[in-house]
Each structure stands twice: as structure tokens, then as C-alpha cells.
Design a protein around this ligand. Sequence first.
Ligand code: HEC
Ligand code: HEC
Ligand code: HEC
Ligand code: HEC
Length: 126
Amino acid sequence: MQRLKRLWPGIVYALFLIALVTPGVSAENKPPDTLVLKVEGAKLPPVRFSHTTHTRDAGRDCVVCHHKDKDPKDPGKCETCHMLKEVKEGAPPLRDAFHGKCQACHKEVSAKGISAPTKCNDCHKK
Ligand code: HEC
Ligand code: HEC
Ligand code: HEC
Ligand code: HEC
């Protein structure tokens, strides 16, 4: 018992040090800045996608694209749910999922006079 009493301050101090060096659990998984999107077997040039461009506008929340993830701030790949060819649980094939998200919004913002790529080779750029 005496021994434990003498050890106690040391234990408290050690715990304090551990708490100090353990990085805080970050609330948000920082999205990769630039991605190159390419579905398996793609024939067209891959599509570059910038999280920086797409998230600097506060209105564009993670969930707009990461729409079914349990935590949209810590998402998985689209292809975890969108299969290459077939529809699974109502989820359209991967290519249609990408076109559905990307083109739909670009058409919408273009109609409001904001320039966002809508032509095939503006996205599928060599
Ligand atoms: C807003 C961006 C965007 C526009 C505009 C766009 N695409 Fe795509 N497309 C994508 C993304 C993202 C993918 C998935 C990644 C990839 O290219 O493999 C994709 C995938 C594809 C694929 C399957 C992969 C491949 O290369 O075979 C085809 C085919 C395709 N698009 C054709 C077109 C055609 C044709 C047009 C014009 C009518 C077009 N896309 C316009 C973003 C776009
Ligand atoms: C405009 C659409 C869009 C928005 C908004 C967006 N993302 Fe993404 N994000 C994507 C796409 C597309 C991918 C590539 C998915 C794939 O490869 O299947 C991706 C991939 C990721 C990945 C890598 C996932 C993996 O396992 O490879 C992370 C992490 C991520 N996003 C985090 C975020 C966070 C955090 C936010 C909000 C601050 C955010 N994203 C907002 C479209 C978006
Ligand atoms: C956890 C599973 C899951 C992930 C991950 C996922 N989706 Fe989906 N998605 C679905 C399901 C299920 C549906 C069909 C049911 C619905 O629309 O509610 C769907 C429907 C869609 C649709 C058609 C309906 C709509 O909302 O316009 C698009 C487009 C789409 N997803 C794009 C994407 C993109 C792009 C990604 C990656 C950034 C992604 N999805 C990631 C499950 C997922
Ligand atoms: C909710 C709306 C929205 C969605 C979804 C979206 N975009 Fe965009 N995108 C924009 C807007 C708005 C711009 C105009 C540029 C800006 O905001 O500065 C843009 C610009 C771009 C540009 C040109 C500027 C740059 O960053 O190089 C590319 C390429 C692009 N988007 C690709 C994509 C792809 C690929 C997807 C799907 C994975 C996608 N976008 C989904 C709204 C969207």
C-alpha cells in the first residue's frame, strides 16, 4: 500500500504526458486535394477532381457528394456501393453515378452563369 502511494504521483504524471502527446481526434478527415478519377477499363482520359475547388464554398458540404456514408466527413469510395456495371440496391453503375453528380451540378451552376465544365473533354482532359 505504501508503495502504491509513492507511485501514484508518477502514474498521474505519466497519464498527463500521454494525454499531452496524443493528437486530438480530428473531427474531419482532410480530403485529398487533387484526385484523378478513373473507372476500371476507362477509355477516355481520366478526370481530375479538386476537393479544394469544391469545398472552399461553405455551401458545398461533404454530404453533397458523399451522400450515403455513415459519416460524410470520413467517406469511402463511390465504388463501395456503385458497381461497375450492374445496379445494386438502386445504386446506379459507377459511371452514371459520377455523371449524375458531376454533370448535374455543373449544368445547374452554368445556368446561373458560373463556369463549370459541362463538355466531355473539359472533364475528360488529356
Ligand atoms: C463534369 C465532368 C464530366 C463531364 C462533363 C463528362 N464526364 Fe464522363 N466521366 C466523368 C467522371 C468523373 C467519370 C468517372 C472517371 C473516369 O473517367 O473513368 C466519367 C466516366 C465516363 C466514361 C466511362 C469511362 C471511360 O473512359 O470509358 C465514359 C465513357 C464517359 N465518362 C463519357 C463521357 C462523355 C461522352 C461525355 C460528354 C457527353 C462526358 N463523359 C462528360 C466526368 C465527366
Ligand atoms: C463535389 C463533390 C465532393 C465534395 C463536395 C466532397 N468530396 Fe470527397 N470525394 C469526392 C470524390 C468524387 C472522391 C473520389 C471517390 C472515389 O474515388 O470513388 C472523393 C474522395 C474523398 C476521400 C477519399 C476516400 C477514399 O477512400 O479514397 C476523402 C477522405 C474525402 N473525399 C473527404 C471529403 C470531405 C471531408 C469533404 C467535405 C469537406 C468532401 N470530401 C467533399 C467528391 C467530393
Ligand atoms: C454507402 C453506399 C454509397 C456510396 C458510398 C455512394 N453512393 Fe451513390 N447511391 C447509393 C444508393 C443506394 C443509391 C440509390 C438510392 C438513392 O438514390 O437514394 C445511390 C444513388 C446515387 C445517384 C443517383 C441518385 C442521385 O442522388 O442523384 C448518384 C448520382 C450517386 N449515387 C452518386 C454517388 C457518388 C458520386 C458517390 C461517391 C462520391 C456515391 N454516390 C457514393 C449508395 C452509395
Ligand atoms: C454541387 C455542385 C458540384 C458538384 C457535385 C461537382 N462540381 Fe465540379 N464544379 C462546381 C463549381 C461551382 C465549379 C466552378 C469552379 C469554382 O467553384 O471555382 C466546378 C468546377 C469544376 C472543375 C474545373 C475547376 C477545377 O477544379 O479544376 C472540374 C474539373 C470539376 N468541377 C470536376 C468535377 C467532378 C469530376 C465532379 C464529380 C466527381 C464535380 N466536379 C462535381 C460544382 C460542382
